[in-house]
Ligand binder design. Structure first.
Ligand SMILES: O=C(O)c1cccc(C(=O)CC[C@H]2O[C@@H](n3cnc4c(=O)[nH]cnc43)[C@H](O)[C@@H]2O)c1
Length: 252
């Protein structure tokens, strides 16, 4: 991309943004990496290994759950900053449960809100988020322009993606989550942790999820993990130009 000051002269080019994609497990990491050409290098970090292809984002299997996701993402962000090559964008990605009927298995969701759904206190009157106890935050909002462009490119739905530490296994809990978060399309276990790490480094965050199962009564046999991983690869293939042209200064 030509820098505005050099337009017409074509002397300087802006280098591609550095993007870190954090998945939970290696099969998700490999599904994302498959969307980008070239054999990836393995870059060891404390507690995790990054895949770095000649072109495209660095992809990390950060672990399952918000704590491990936050720790591994923060490690990768710190290593890159100390190396003098900080990341410009962090993407939390992987499979997820989708709230029926809005987000069926195989569909792709780009989060416009990343919300910790079980970070708080249970009371006799219901659940209180930590913010109502006077602490921290429960929601991170990715840049609106990036969400719009990413969803349009990938053919994805947009809405809230919940982060939970316990996979929902009953219709009652699914209904309770949806009542508290009417815009929720999906639940997964890492987005909020990845977003907290990105926020601590002042780096924007995006979350992209491929739906493998409905949120609700536990039926492990019905999970469509292969279809969701294929949707993740296809989605990242379509997202590639959006990520390559991402410039945080163009998208407040
Ligand atoms: O219930 C099981 O038997 C079971 C077996 C293997 C793996 C799991 C997981 O919970 C993996 C969670 C993993 O995938 C994401 N994910 C996918 N679907 C959901 C969901 O409905 N609710 C929450 N998380 C989900 C999550 O981000 C984890 O990385 C279960």
């Amino acid at each position: 991309m030509v820098l505005p000051a050099e337009e017409g002269r074509g002397l300087l080019t802006r280098s591609a943004p550095r993007v870190l994609v954090a998945t939970a497990v290696p099969v998700e990491r490999d599904a994302v990496a498959q969307a980008f050409a070239g054999p990836p290098l393995e870059v060891p970090l404390p507690g995790a290994t990054l895949l770095r292809a000649p072109v495209g984002p660095d992809v990390l299997a950060a672990g399952v759950g918000p704590a491990l996701a936050a720790a591994a993402t923060a490690t990768a962000l710190t290593a890159a900053a100390l190396d003098g090559r900080p990341y410009d964008l962090v993407v939390s990605a992987g499979i997820a449960g989708g709230f029926p009927p809005d987000a069926p298995p195989g569909s792709l969701v780009v989060a416009d809100e990343i919300t910790a759904a079980d970070l708080g206190a249970e009371t006799a009157d219901g659940f209180l988020p930590v913010t109502e106890l006077g602490f921290g935050t429960v929601t991170h909002r990715p840049p609106a322009g990036l969400v719009r462009d990413a969803a349009a490119a990938a053919g994805a739905l947009t809405g809230t993606v919940l982060t939970v530490s316990t996979v929902t296994g009953t219709a009652a809990r699914a209904a309770g989550l949806r009542a508290r978060h009417p815009r929720a399309l999906a639940e997964a276990m890492e987005g909020f942790g990845v977003a907290e790490a990105a926020a601590a480094h002042g780096v924007p965050v995006l979350e992209v999820r491929a739906v493998s199962n409905p949120v609700g009564p536990r039926d492990r046999a019905a999970w469509r993990i292969g279809d969701a991983l294929a949707a993740l690869t296809e989605g990242f293939g379509k997202l590639a130009p959006v990520l390559e042209s991402w410039n945080r200064h163009d998208h407040p």
